[in-house]
Design a protein around this ligand. Structure first.
Ligand SMILES: [Fe+2]
Length: 388
């Protein structure tokens, strides 16, 4: 049995005002130092001050948050006892808030004990509002969080529960206007890959399909515009909406092998998530097309590729994605991203191991064996097409 899950989503100009309609007498804002410096925290604080409520700010979330960092957020929550948690920032802030929310509500649990199978019983103490400041991860709409286990040097990708879908997501375009160009590119490519993988993986379903295709359409149209002209408000708003739609799509379906390889690359080489999955995406499509060409050709048709043959349409889709990446000044290979031959050779065993253990790998339309994962990483490193 499946459930479609979604937060209540406020979107459009001045949608931050919706924060006033959400009950909560003690509010903990979870953010990072950059968001705080860019004046976005001030916007939220000013909104919170319109109500007679107490609030506190934790602004030390780190990029790709570790268990230790999440525990610090949870300690702040235990101390302040909020009944509303507001996660303000990119995927890292929202994911750290999700992890801390669990520890705050369930101090008897360890982070690595959370899995989609267990019951968490959240919302006895607080509810969660997400205000994304990037247009990519879609974490404001999803049931999972990506946390880094530093001891194992890997990203935990099974920290998931339907209860973790935020209660509210607020998509006010003011929060993405200052997103730097490179972050615009990388987070946008993450959203694109999530939507593509949501559409093709083995858990795909009717409810996620339409969301995935619309998100892909919007990203192809508006991501280059938001990158070329950061002040293009419409392009900013559309990419922001597309990212959350992508989050809804994959949260109600799944992602796939490009996220498995992307998480491994992120953990081992500390690459930005969007860059890692962005580079992986075309190679994974080439690898998976043997078993999912019809699905990829649906995507190709959605963005205007008129080609009868499913295999050819998929090849053209890969070319359009590479063209988009080039437009966004994003490298097309791991070597191009600055990974040395030596670093690759030393770590390829670990990359393969982490990819093979990832839950995202098992739902990919074509599930690779160990040797295929190795060959896939070699293609990604060299920039060679996948022909096996
Ligand atoms: Fe992602």
């Amino acid at each position: 049995m499946w459930f479609f899950t979604s937060p209540k989503i406020a979107f459009g100009e001045d949608s931050l005002e919706q924060l006033n309609a959400i009950e909560g007498k003690r509010v903990l804002v979870v953010t990072d130092p950059i968001v705080s410096k860019l004046g976005m925290l001030e916007l939220v604080v000013n909104e919170l001050k319109k109500q007679p409520r107490a609030f506190e700010v934790f602004d030390q979330v780190e990029a790709e948050p570790s268990f230790e960092n999440v525990e610090k957020v949870a300690a702040a929550a235990s101390c302040f006892q909020p009944d509303l948690i507001v996660a303000l920032g990119g995927g890292s802030c929202i994911d750290a808030a999700k992890g801390a929310w669990v520890l705050y509500e369930r101090p008897d649990l360890k982070l690595d004990a959370v899995s989609p199978m267990g019951k968490l019983d959240l919302r006895k103490k607080a509810r969660l509002v997400a205000i994304p400041t990037t247009a990519g991860t879609g974490s404001d709409a999803t049931w999972c969080a990506i946390l880094t286990d530093k001891a194992q040097n890997m990203k935990l990708d099974y920290f998931a529960s339907r209860e973790l879908v935020p209660d509210y997501s607020i998509l006010d375009p003011r929060f993405v206007l200052k997103l730097p160009r490179q972050a615009t590119a990388y987070t946008g490519l993450d959203a694109l890959d999530q939507a593509i993988e949501a559409y093709v993986n083995q858990w795909r379903n009717d409810f996620a399909d339409g969301l995935a295709l619309r998100s892909i359409q919007m990203l192809f149209e508006y991501l280059p515009k938001a990158f070329d002209n950061p002040d293009d408000r419409l392009a900013r708003q559309k990419t922001q909406n597309a990212a959350t739609i992508s989050g809804l799509a994959f949260s109600n379906s799944q992602v796939g092998l490009a996220h498995a390889t992307g998480h491994a690359l992120g953990a081992i080489f500390h690459m930005a998530h969007g860059l890692a999955v962005g580079i992986s995406n075309p190679y994974v499509i080439q690898f998976s097309s043997r078993d999912a060409a019809e699905r990829y050709s649906d995507i190709a048709r959605t963005i205007g590729i008129k080609e009868e043959s499913a295999q050819k349409a998929t090849e053209m889709l890969v070319e359009l994605i590479k063209k988009l990446m080039t437009h966004l000044k994003t490298p097309l290979s791991l070597r191009g991203a600055g990974i040395s031959q030596n670093a690759f050779d030393q770590n390829v065993g670990d990359l393969i191991g982490q990819t093979n253990r990832s839950t995202c790998t098992f739902v990919n339309p074509r599930v690779p064996d160990v040797e295929e994962v190795r060959k896939l990483f070699v293609c990604m490193f060299e920039g060679n097409p996948v022909d096996f």
